[in-house]
Design a protein around this ligand. Structure first.
Ligand SMILES: [Zn+2]
Length: 296
């Protein structure tokens, strides 16, 4: 099972299809708003410049429907429903990073992403990237430096997550801080915990679904799930589900166990079941303790 399947399974374990409808817009054409040595700030054009119907008598005139329809918007989609492994795809960009000195190389990769999945949504409509800025997250603006910072942060989360179950010899070679395997695992878990906490707090919000019966107005279904303020937020929801979902208990495996499997199932496959048994037989019966990290 590859990790994409794990992301899909985790989402299906942790939420329901009807709660995955929050949408995000993808635009075709962008203007460069600002260019510096290492950064480029981009903004989606307000319409496709090639469309003649907006020119009348040599002057630009916009029809009334223009207020709601933007011809530069290529599509509107639901990332959680349609791209359940987007977090993985995003984190994997880290391997392609040509580095901060190659601004144009970075821009090329960024544009490819943005035209396929949309901007990350880290800037606000007023052009600010501040946490405390008022207003809506922009679906039109992208900022190259912020984009690549987040790519590496996401890749770091994947590394930290895998460190939780990785064999000791792999951890030894990693650059995760800590002297012993346990120390490395602890610092990886702390990093992941901090990242997820921050992202869920700033980029996501709880969303109530209150459905009533059309005929009588009586409550039919009330559900509590998640919405997101940015595409980045949607991706971190995917990561949170991935981590939270019931996982294989065999050493070194973190495959997600399907919701529909028996509730006492602890491993993802026969092979893992046997490995788990062998491991247990070998290990002296040491009681394991767990504790919450940095609870606030
Ligand atoms: Zn397994």
């Amino acid at each position: 099972m590859d990790d994409s399947e794990n992301f899909i399974r985790a989402r299906d374990n942790e939420t329901e299809g009807r709660y995955l409808g929050t949408g995000w817009t993808v635009f075709r054409d962008f203007d460069t708003v600002q260019k510096t040595e290492h950064n480029v700030r981009l903004r989606a054009k307000w319409r496709d410049p090639g469309l003649p119907q907006f020119r009348k008598g040599g002057k630009r005139s916009y029809s009334a429907e223009w207020a709601i329809k933007d011809d530069n918007a290529a599509k509107f989609y639901a990332p959680l429903r349609e791209k359940p492994d987007l977090f993985l795809r995003f984190a994997s960009l880290a391997e392609q990073d040509p580095g901060i000195e190659d601004r144009d190389g970075r821009q090329e990769i960024t544009m490819k992403w943005v035209k396929r999945y949309g901007v990350l949504g880290l800037e606000y409509d007023n052009g600010s990237a501040q946490d405390l800025a008022y207003g809506r997250r922009s679906v039109r603006r992208e900022n190259l430096l912020l984009f690549w910072d987040e790519v590496h942060r996401a890749a770091g989360c994947i590394t930290a997550y895998r460190a939780g179950t990785a064999p000791a010899r792999m951890l030894k070679r990693s650059n995760i801080p800590g002297k012993t395997t346990t120390e490395k695992r602890m610092s990886a878990a702390r990093l992941l915990d901090t990242q997820l906490r921050h992202k869920l707090k700033h980029e996501c919000y709880p969303k109530l679904y209150y459905e009533v019966l059309r005929e009588t107005g009586e409550p039919a279904n009330v559900g509590l799930s998640w919405g997101f303020r940015s595409l980045l937020g949607a991706m971190y929801l995917q990561l949170a589900w991935r981590i939270k979902s019931r996982q294989c208990q065999a050493p070194g495996c973190n495959n997600v166990i399907d919701l529909h499997e028996r509730s006492d199932k602890e491993t993802c496959s026969r092979t893992c079941k046997q490995r788990r048994k062998d491991h247990r037989d070998r290990a002296a019966a040491k009681p394991a303790t767990s504790r919450a990290l940095g609870a606030d």
